[in-house]
Structures are given as C-alpha cells and as structure tokens.
Design a protein around this ligand. Structure first.
Ligand code: FES
Length: 149
C-alpha cells in the first residue's frame, strides 16, 4: 500500500467515525460504537459477539425502525442494560464519555446503567426492556419502558 492510499483510507475511516457522531447530534469527533441492528418482531437484534470487556457497549441510532438513540451495555455482573440517551433534566441528547454518559447541556453524568451520578439531573435514565439468549441481545422497541429504580 502506498502512502497516498494509506492516507486516503485513514481519512475515510475518520469520516465514518465523525459522521456517526454527527448523526447522534454529538459535538466533536470521537469514536462512538454505533450499530445498525436487524429488527424482527419489534426487537433490535445485536449479536453478543459485539460486546466484550473492552468494547462493552453499542449505540443503536435512531432510524426508521429504532425510535430513539439507545445505549446498550454489558455490565460487570454480566447483565445487559439499555438506556435511552436522553437526559432527564431537560432532554438533551447524551453522549458516551469514559464509561459513563454525559450531558453536553448542563453537565449531568450517568452511569452506563442509567443512574445519576452528577446533577442537575435528579432522575435516572429511562431503562428499556432488554433480553438475551445464547447468541443475541434483544432490545425491545415497543412497549419497552421499564419502571424506574
Ligand atoms: S439537559 Fe442534561 S443536564 Fe440539563
């Protein structure tokens, strides 16, 4: 591979990452792990192989079949948790940041399981029904809101 080909490919890869952030309404250019899932019977299907201890989350982008931006994460206890990426303070779009979700509007911060750790937000994030089997993680796209707590 020539230097010119290498630089061309690197530019394209960076563009993809930045476009992914722009689609989420996020500022700056940082790597966000997005995934376009198959949807069947009102469930987004994510292979378990997409998660490991290093890359332990996926962002499902809002689309024709996914009603909101969802953050799906593998927790330390082995469970999978999905939260809606909307701040409970004044509904700004959250962004992943160093194993937490942060709000660019007034700096609230949430754990990846949706618990408030820094205000002004006082309510935890909306959790979304998520189930698993041996091969896949399923994010429910309808009738999917879990009670707080
Ligand atoms: S909207 Fe998120 S902290 Fe205010």
């Amino acid at each position: 591979m020539t230097r010119k080909e290498f630089l061309s490919e690197m530019g394209a890869a960076t563009l993809v990452v930045c476009c992914g952030s722009a689609l989420l309404g996020m500022e700056g250019c940082s790597e966000i792990r997005t995934y376009l899932p198959k949807v069947r019977k009102d469930k987004a299907i994510i292979p378990r192989s997409k998660f490991d201890s290093k890359d332990n989350y996926i962002v499902l982008r809002r689309s024709a079949t996914v009603p909101a931006n969802y953050y799906v994460s593998l927790q330390k206890d082995g469970s999978f948790v999905t939260v809606e990426m909307v701040c409970t303070h004044r509904r700004c779009e959250l962004r992943p940041s160093h194993a937490m979700l942060s709000c660019p509007c007034h700096n609230s911060e949430f754990t990846t399981a949706g618990k408030v750790i820094v205000g002004p937000a006082t309510e935890d994030l909306q959790r979304i029904k998520t189930t698993v089997d041996e091969d896949n993680v399923y994010v429910w796209l309808k009738n999917n809101l879990l009670p707080a707590g």
